[in-house]
Design a protein around this ligand. Structure first.
Ligand code: GUN
Length: 299
């Protein structure tokens, strides 16, 4: 078994990006600018957004958090989105999910201008990605494809099983892995809450991706000998011995599974840092107008 070191790959890719940002700034252009809209006080969301802003700083991008109270009316949030769409100093922005239950997330995502949708969640970007056209690829699936490529893990003809069909991870990843692409050509099965024979499907996987948000859901008896295991989970579990009284674990029982597989992503230090890197890459693409080709910054 060997760990896929997402943290060091992420830092390496961010270092490259930092050099490109630095060149643009040295040529007299303003740095790329990302805004994160955060509604309410969800502690996990606050941590994720803070990490995204720190990563921006690391690569020389500027960023800003637009923090709105939990009671923000849907129409008020839509007004903020219209303003961000129209603001030429903003290259891209994200609306951190989940939103409070009185706000319709689908409606909100539809209001984001596709050219500024650096999460890649707008139907136009999902459609473009699905057709293999230039697009913003959702950050976590992108990060997973980059790890597979970097570690020369073959996907062609492999049986890939994805636990979870979310719009953020499972579904877009299933599209990427089945595409005719260097990270693709896999045979993909997506398992979800209504799936039958979940354990049997998992045992047949050459590449098993867990993205369901259930701590230690994947046990050793669900993993084939020599499989590649990608753990997307970030779950808090109580731990009286930990300084904060809790620790973060994945959807995979890492300690039990690690000796059975050929490659595995640890939690933390696996998929998480690559997700942040994906957002930075999309922000760079937005800044360069790579997907929608209107006038680049500073020209
Ligand atoms: N919530 C969990 N993951 C994500 C993400 O990648 N982007 C946004 N906007 N919200 C999330």
């Amino acid at each position: 078994m060997a760990d896929i070191d997402g943290k060091s790959l992420a830092l390496q890719m961010q270092e490259q990006l930092a050099q490109e940002v630095q060149s643009a700034v040295a040529a007299g252009k303003r740095p790329p600018h990302l805004v994160a809209v955060l509604v309410g006080e969800n502690p996990a969301s606050r941590t994720y957004v803070r990490n995204k802003m720190l990563a921006c700083k690391r690569v020389g991008m500027t960023s800003q958090i637009l923090a709105l109270p939990n009671e923000t009316a849907e129409e008020e949030l839509l007004e903020h989105i219209r303003a961000l769409n129209a603001d030429a100093s903003v290259d891209g922005f994200i609306v951190q999910l989940p939103l409070p239950s009185h706000i319709d997330s689908d409606k909100v995502l539809l209001h984001i201008a596709p050219e500024k949708d650096v999460d890649g969640f707008h139907p136009l970007n999902i459609g473009r990605m699905t057709l293999g056209l230039p697009s913003y690829v959702p950050a976590t699936p992108w990060g997973i494809t980059q790890m597979l490529l970097h570690y020369n893990i073959p996907t062609e003809g492999k049986q890939c099983v994805i636990l979870g069909r979310s719009n953020i991870v499972g579904r877009p990843l299933s599209i990427l892995l089945s595409q005719n692409a260097p990270y693709g050509n896999a045979t993909v099965t997506v398992l979800h809450s209504r799936s039958r024979n979940v354990e049997r499907h998992c045992r047949e996987a050459d590449i098993l991706v867990a993205a369901i948000g259930k701590p230690h859901f994947v046990r050793a008896d669900m993993v084939k000998e020599g499989a590649v295991v990608i753990d997307v989970g970030i779950n808090k579990i109580p731990d009286p011995d930990a300084p904060k009284g809790y620790r973060i674990v994945g959807d995979v029982d890492y300690a039990a599974v690690k000796d059975k597989c050929s490659w595995i992503t640890p939690v933390p230090g696996g998929v998480g840092p690559m997700t942040v890197t994906g957002l930075l890459y999309n922000t760079w693409k937005a800044y360069r107008r790579e997907v929608y080709h209107s006038t680049p910054v500073g020209v």
